[in-house]
Design a protein around this ligand. Structure first.
Ligand code: NDP
Length: 251
């Protein structure tokens, strides 16, 4: 369908080399986009780009470093000539309650999840404006909506992501750039695989609380990415859309 066709569009996906980011990257590649996969791990990013097909490439970046973020944006424009779709998805978690976390740990999470969103969006803005049909997709979390005793910095960063997304949505609407957040529920990725092992009962709690009765997968993010990256969402901006198997809709 033309409404969802991404042929001729260029997507840059931070944290696109695994989990949710790779699910989004593959979905957009399948819909016709050229995709730049960005991450710290060079080999993982190259393999992910290969999985996205012939029109994909990869770039090494630490999104907490402004000069590297600028180089990532430049590499994308040099390689593909434009950026039409920016996916701000890279993220980390350090699971400790506030009374146990150090200031360094607090800052590491805020830096990777929130400072990096600012750096990435700001660096890509000129290209998105030039595109004339820019799209920004950010990755929030259930902790954008709920607090989490074991993840104060992560929750603060993911709450912040939603308000940041709403702010750039308002600022950049005159440039025809739509900005929206996705809020994943519990998704089976590298980020949660360890938590599943470490936290007794977590697996059972997630299954009991999620109406869909399962963990999500990276592939569950292909559809929402294509929607938010395509003309199908041209009048959708400043929203935060749960992709959570119903987790946030029940108590
Ligand atoms: P992964 O660990 O698979 O993905 C995290 C990605 O972020 C990796 O590609 C990693 O790349 C990248 N990354 C982390 N730090 C940096 C950095 N400093 N510079 C560049 N890249 C970085 O986990 P998910 O797919 O689960 O996580 C993706 C996003 O989804 C995150 O923002 C996370 O907070 C969010 N999320 C995940 C949920 C879940 O249940 N899994 C739930 C809600 C939100 P590399 O390995 O190369 O460093």
């Amino acid at each position: 369908m033309t409404l969802f066709d991404l042929t001729g569009r260029v997507a840059l996906v931070t944290g696109g080399n695994g989990g949710i980011g790779l699910g989004m990257a593959k979905g957009m590649a399948d819909a016709g986009a050229s995709v730049m996969v960005a991450g710290r791990n060079k080999e993982k990013s190259a393999a992910a780009a290969k999985a996205c097909g012939a029109k994909a490439a990869s770039v090494e970046v630490d999104v907490t470093k402004a000069d590297e973020v600028e180089a990532m944006v430049k590499a994308t424009v040099d390689r593909f000539g434009a950026i039409d779709i920016l996916v701000i998805n890279a993220g980390i978690n350090i699971r400790k309650p506030a009374h146990e976390a150090s200031f360094e740990e607090w800052h590491a999470v805020l830096s990777a999840n929130l400072d990096a969103a600012f750096l990435t969006a700001k660096a890509a803005y000129p290209a998105l404006k030039t595109s004339g049909r820019g799209k920004v997709i950010t990755t929030g979390s259930m902790t954008s909506l709920f607090g989490a005793a074991f993840a104060p910095a992560y929750s603060a960063s993911k709450g912040g992501i939603v308000q940041f997304t709403r702010s750039i949505a308002a600022a950049w609407a005159p440039d025809n750039i739509q900005c929206n957040a996705i809020l994943p529920g519990w998704i089976d990725t590298d980020l949660t695989r360890q938590a599943r092992k470490d936290v007794p009962g977590l697996n059972e709690r997630v299954l009991a609380r999620t109406p869909a009765g399962r963990w999500g997968s990276g592939e569950d993010f292909a559809g929402i990415a294509v929607f938010l990256a395509s003309s199908a969402s041209d009048f959708v901006t400043g929203t935060a859309i749960p992709v959570d198997g119903g987790y946030s809709s029940t108590i």
